[in-house]
Write a protein that binds this ligand. Structure first.
Ligand code: CTP
Length: 400
């Protein structure tokens, strides 16, 4: 143990009989050295008093979304940012349904939408409610979005039924929280990641670029950092905050990105190319702003090809493990396999950019991992959840 020391944990309690077990969980978390904030739904307060949880956590319990007094202290967005992990214990069928809908009609559901931290669910309900197809459909949606589901256990229930639906024991939930902070897959490793779009100057005020948001690359940087890596993020212009403890190298053009990559990759263990590099740039960027004197004749801009950064890195640093992305609108796997070989890299993360619900600029993504060993299809996941899965998969690549 010891991984929970000083971690910021939100224990959110919803209205079920298992709420009494959450008092013990809060006690165990405090004993592990975690800082704990408790959130209770109004239903939860019917089963256990906020005073009990206040005494155990050492903090006033958060109950309301728009309470001016509470918002003046630690408001809901602040609380969402404060959390390193959020566990809903118990998670009732009703809470699962509201989360699956993406509702934000109370403090608990709002926090789940607002937080970037992992959210764990500890379902607890009558066995028939658990096996009901509506609950199971909600479960699938939530798992797909990256919520981690702990339990439920099977056994005798408070209502007298026997079956699946018992909340896990506090010690098991403590263990699940502790595992969130399992780190070290990349301890002592150096990871270089390219992210975002590039901008290729036409003249001092105009450029060629693309719609890449950089979200995937930034999420990968945070996930690699969480596993203990030293991370250098080489990024084109984005609007995203740089994850803490990640070194940012800000660039604009593909040529700058290449130069920065060549410098950063010395001694790197992994190079992950998530940037949407502009394949072409104007052969000559005009020194002065282009004027529209010849409007009748249109404007032709001669383009020349940019260097392929990923392929160059794979050639220059053969001891580094290289991972690329393939954004495709058709024949996803075939094109990804071709890129795997052509660029001589160890993995291509392939995504279908013809689907507007995933990929460029969206918050979710569904990808297939293509290696020399085969193809592994991942489910639809939020970009932070996907980044954690990708870093796990990348760590498993055999060194070469
Ligand atoms: N890439 C790169 N440098 C380039 C172009 C692409 O490093 N000049 C990297 C991307 O970051 C990505 C991978 O190569 O990891 C594949 O990018 P993609 O745009 O899908 O493929 P291209 O090689 O550009 O091929 P095409 O546009 O023909 O599909």
């Amino acid at each position: 143990m010891g991984r929970l020391f000083n971690k910021h944990i939100i224990v959110a309690i919803s209205g079920g009989i298992a709420a009494y077990k959450s008092a013990e969980l809060v006690r165990l978390l405090k004993k592990s050295g975690a800082q704990v904030q408790v959130v209770m739904t109004s239903g939860a307060t019917e089963f256990i008093t906020p005073l009990t949880l206040q005494a155990l956590s050492g903090n006033a319990v958060h109950q309301h979304l728009l309470n001016p007094e509470a918002e003046a202290g630690m408001g809901h967005i602040q609380l969402a940012r404060w959390a390193d992990a959020l566990l809903i214990a118990p998670t009732t069928a009703n809470v699962m349904a509201r989360l699956a809908q993406g509702q934000a009609d109370d403090l608990l559901t709002t926090l789940c939408l607002a937080t970037q931290a992992p959210v764990l669910l500890a379902p607890a309900m009558n066995q028939a409610m658990w096996t009901d197809s509506a609950t199971q459909a909600n479960l699938q949606i939530l798992a797909q979005r990256g919520y981690q589901v702990c339990g439920p256990a099977e056994g005798e229930q408070a209502c007298g039924d026997v079956g699946a639906g018992r909340m896990l024991e506090p010690s098991q939930l403590l263990h699940a929280l502790d595992k969130q902070f399992e780190q070290g897959l990349l301890n002592g490793k150096k990871v270089v990641i390219t992210a975002g779009p590039t901008r290729e100057a036409i003249d001092p005020v105009r450029y060629i670029s693309n719609h890449s948001s950089g979200k995937m690359g930034y999420a990968l940087a945070a996930a690699a950092r969480d596993q203990g890596a030293q991370v250098i993020l080489i990024s084109g212009p984005t609007h995203i905050a740089v994850p803490t403890d990640v070194t940012l190298v800000a660039v604009e053009s593909a040529q700058q990105m290449l130069a920065a990559s060549l410098e950063a990759c010395l001694g790197a263990d992994y190079f992950i190319a998530s940037a949407a590099v502009s394949d072409y740039r104007p052969a000559q960027a005009a020194e002065q702003k282009l004027k529209k004197y010849n409007a009748d004749h249109g404007l032709n801009i001669a383009l020349i090809q940019n260097p392929d950064i990923l392929a160059t890195m794979a050639q220059t640093f053969p001891n580094t493990t290289h991972i690329g992305f393939a954004a495709e609108t058709q024949q996803l796997i075939t094109h990804a396999q071709t890129k795997l070989k052509a660029k001589a890299v160890q993995m291509i993360i392939a995504n279908d950019v013809s689907d507007p619900s995933i990929g460029f600029n969206s918050d979710d993504n569904r990808v297939s991992l293509v290696t020399a060993d085969g193809v592994d299809e991942l489910p639809l996941l939020s970009k932070p959840a996907l980044a954690r899965r990708l870093i796990d998969a990348i760590c498993k690549l055999s060194p070469h």
